[in-house]
Design a protein around this ligand. Structure first.
Ligand SMILES: [Zn+2]
Length: 471
């Protein structure tokens, strides 16, 4: 057996000082210890992997330390600290409520609690995932929690505070742990990499931190995985390959194509992404996040919400944000969010995403020509118009599309719906079919695609006209 220990355990903080990203909360805890104003029950809540259990352990060690340091940290030298560090302390009990959630478990715990500690001042009970306790276990716990013996202290930890009954909440001092910021995670990973002689690229660590979504434990396990995958040389490329993350370059290119209203180019980029094996929903979510990041970059007040620290990428985001108008970004966010919501129900998911790109491109054309050519505006889909249409808009709408009169709308909708179900061919199939006829030509322009589709389905002509997808 090798003596390899995963980073999440090897670098588990042993002092308050080394806990990452929870500064205000740690200060409060330290002050409570230094002023001897300790409550008998604490509730630590927050997302997974942000240091709840770690802080509970450090707290338990520190309140029992016999020669506390001036800065409120445990000395790590006295008998108690040593027994704690060697995992042989009898003062600290950890109970995992996920697997020990019955009344018996709680009764056993309260029985044990009556005996005062041999060394140190407190017996500390750390109950992890406390929201998993059964209702009867919670009730059995209430009395003990309200009036425990003076040598007992409870630290409850949970990721789901809302599941804890109010009678428990009111008996605890509550500490909310926050998500760890991307910059904090990156800095800590850099520190570990230095210690472990692993070479890293800042961009790579940024991606790991983003993927970890505020949890240090997740970040460390991804870090370990990529380190072993890439033989201790963590590059941006190795990270995106290992984590199956879409290179942000694709988003930059996609948005650049959208900004000039180039539908063909945007569809081709999407096609490349799909061929790389990426899930379409991941693309939509990624694109939404990308628009969001550009939006927060645009305003000096919100730029603090942009968490990517790497200066080269930051510069790229800032440059792109200057090219986008706020109007475009709001609309783009709305469209991509709508697409995300509809994704589950869509029968032809690829077409849905392609339609999103087409509408985004149109959005740019519309904004570019706004004021110059009023006729070229995008018409909302019929489905949305049907009910909440104001008289004025309807008149414009009907007069612009003379072929559709009001009484025909329900009928048309029916046809469109039928078409949606019967039209099982995705555009990819069309690509393949046409490829057989014209093997030289690799991909088709949107015009060609629509001509091909409409030849097969005359109803689509109406659909195309209605959605203003003319080419
Ligand atoms: Zn000590």
């Amino acid at each position: 057996m090798s003596d390899y220990i995963v980073s999440a355990r090897r670098y588990r903080p042993a002092t308050f000082q080394s806990v990452v990203g929870q500064r205000p909360l740690i200060t409060t805890l330290k002050n409570a210890i230094q002023n001897s104003k300790l409550a008998h029950a604490y509730l630590f809540c927050g997302p997974r992997g942000v240091g709840k259990t770690t802080c509970a352990r450090i707290f338990a060690k520190t309140i029992n330390c016999t020669c506390l340091k001036e800065d409120g940290e445990a000395c790590n030298e006295c008998d108690f600290c040593q027994s704690f560090n060697e995992n042989r302390s009898h003062n600290i009990y950890e109970l995992d409520a996920a697997s020990n959630n019955s009344v018996e478990n709680i009764r056993f715990l309260t029985e044990q609690m009556r005996i005062p500690p041999q060394i140190g001042h407190y017996k500390v009970y750390i109950i992890d995932e406390v929201h998993m306790l059964s209702t009867s276990a919670f009730n059995a716990f209430l009395k003990t929690l309200e009036e425990p013996p003076h040598h007992a202290m409870f630290i409850l930890a949970t990721t789901e505070k809302y599941k804890i009954i109010p009678t428990i909440l009111s008996r605890c001092q509550i500490y909310d742990f926050s998500r760890i910021t991307i910059n904090d995670i990156v800095e800590y990973l850099e520190y570990i990499a230095q210690n472990e002689n692993i070479s890293t690229e800042r961009e790579a660590l940024n991606i790991i931190a983003q993927k970890a979504d505020g949890g240090m434990r997740d970040a460390l396990s991804i870090f370990d995985r990529v380190a072993s995958f890439s033989a201790n040389n963590i590059t941006y490329q190795s990270v995106i390959e290992n984590l199956n993350v879409l290179d942000y370059e694709y988003y930059f290119r996609l948005v650049e194509a959208i900004l000039i209203g180039d539908v063909s180019c945007s569809l081709l980029i999407l096609n490349k992404i799909i061929r790389k094996g990426f899930d379409l929903q991941q693309v939509i979510v990624g694109l939404s996040d990308f628009f969001r990041d550009i939006m927060v970059c645009k305003d000096p007040q919100t730029i603090v919400l942009f968490e990517i620290g790497d200066s080269a990428i930051r510069e790229k985001y800032l440059n792109l944000s200057k090219q986008c108008t706020s109007d475009f970004l709001y609309n783009a966010l709305e469209l991509s969010n709508e697409c995300d919501l509809n994704y589950r129900y869509s029968k032809n998911k690829r077409l849905l995403v392609e339609l999103l790109l087409i509408r985004l491109c149109q959005l740019c054309c519309q904004l570019l020509t706004d004021g110059k050519d009023k006729k070229k505006r995008v018409i909302e889909p019929l489905i949305a118009k049907e009910k909440n249409v104001s008289v004025k808009q309807e008149q414009v709408f009907v007069s612009e599309k003379k072929s559709i009169i009001e009484s025909e709308i329900p009928d048309l909708l029916l046809k469109v719906n039928k078409l949606r179900f019967s039209l099982k061919k995705s555009t990819e199939d069309i690509d393949n079919e046409r490829n057989q006829v014209y093997p030289q030509q690799q991909l088709f322009t949107d015009k060609e695609k629509f001509e091909f589709l409409t030849k097969k389905n005359p109803v689509l002509i109406i659909l195309v006209e209605t959605f203003n997808l003319s080419y």
